[in-house]
Design a protein. Structure first.
Length: 338
């Protein structure tokens, strides 16, 4: 009788342990699943912020036919189309299919791809259409939002049309790269284009094929990477470490120096401009802008005299609230606000 009682007690204890173990496993699966879907929702928000940086009312981004895939070890987001609407600035955009993914063990490291075509429209009559062969991106997040972002675009072809002026500008580039990162409170940016061509209607179609790169830091503007800084570049300052424009055959132009934008978006700065093979650059400008050929001739002679007759020129380019001059006294023209 006692033995039978002990046996029943043991079976009861084993049953309780089994149900506790089963309940614990079920609870763990439920919590993991909830966390997975929460991470998938956060993935959607982060990727849409990378496509259209924003942190204000009136700006929204939507994915059509949204699907979450990859459970349980991978977090994937798939959309057939992406729509972005900025009612504050009067801008709307549509893009093709979106695919994004992150590993469960590293949800802050996200890779995504976006298909063309893209259509962007603004309230001031500007419309931009774009196609590309491949657009890939990766980004890393932290508590303060997007920490780093990189975008690679291959085979980009874009056309911008103004309904007010009737002007059409076409642009294509074999390869475009954009790299942004938070550096403390500052924003570091590096942009490059390879084999770029530009054509403007009713202008001579003689723009040379161009490769260019920009390396810049904007002080106190880390939030621009994901739109958490609502003020844009107005009132900002920074350091242009290097802009390089190369049209081949040794014709290279380099610009460096500190800069700032006032509250109206007008540029000020003191830059060092270096031009290699000055005369070929002048010939390219005269072919592109024949109406200012005499001005280009005068500027070429003046710059060459400043360089002691050499074909490599280094001069100070001064910009004061949009007014650009060479060394502060030779006027070049006015730069419009950003």
């Amino acid at each position: 009788m006692a033995a039978s009682s002990r046996s029943g007690s043991g079976q009861s204890s084993s049953g309780k342990k089994f149900w506790l173990l089963g309940g614990g496993i079920l609870l763990a699966i439920t919590l993991y699943t909830g966390g997975w879907f929460y991470a998938a929702s956060a993935l959607k928000t982060t990727v849409l912020k990378a496509i259209a940086p924003r942190d204000q009312a009136g700006v929204s981004g939507e994915c059509s036919d949204i699907e979450f895939r990859g459970y349980p070890f991978r977090i994937g987001l798939f959309c057939s189309k992406v729509d972005v609407d900025d009612s504050v600035n009067g801008v709307s955009a549509t893009f093709g299919a979106l695919r994004s993914a992150a590993q469960v063990y590293a949800p802050g490291h996200i890779v995504w791809e976006l298909d063309s075509p893209a259509e962007i429209r603004t309230s001031n009559g500007l419309s931009i259409s774009a196609q590309w062969a491949n657009l890939q991106s990766s980004l890393a997040t932290r508590l303060k939002g997007i920490d780093r972002s990189s975008i690679l675009i291959e085979g980009l072809k874009a056309t911008a049309v103004s309904s007010f002026t009737g002007q059409t500008v076409s642009f294509d580039a074999a390869r475009t790269e954009i790299h942004l990162r938070q550096n403390g409170a500052d924003l570091d940016g590096a942009i490059s284009v390879k084999d770029a061509n530009t054509a403007i209607t009713d202008w001579p179609q003689v723009f040379p094929k161009l490769s260019a790169s920009i390396d810049v830091t904007v002080a106190g503007k880390a939030g621009l990477i994901d739109g958490s800084d609502p003020n844009g570049l107005n009132g900002s300052a920074g350091e242009l470490r290097r802009i390089v424009a190369d049209i081949g055959d040794g014709k290279v132009m380099t610009l460096t120096g500190p800069f700032s934008f006032d509250e109206q978006g007008l540029l000020s700065g003191k830059f060092k401009l270096e031009i290699e093979r000055l005369e070929p650059w002048g010939e390219s400008l005269k072919q592109t802008f024949p109406d200012i050929a005499s001005t280009v001739n005068t500027a070429t002679k003046l710059l060459k005299s400043l360089a002691g007759g050499k074909d490599k020129v280094s001069v100070d380019l001064i910009v004061d609230h949009g007014n650009a001059t060479v060394s502060g006294f030779i006027p070049l023209g006015r730069i419009p606000p950003i």
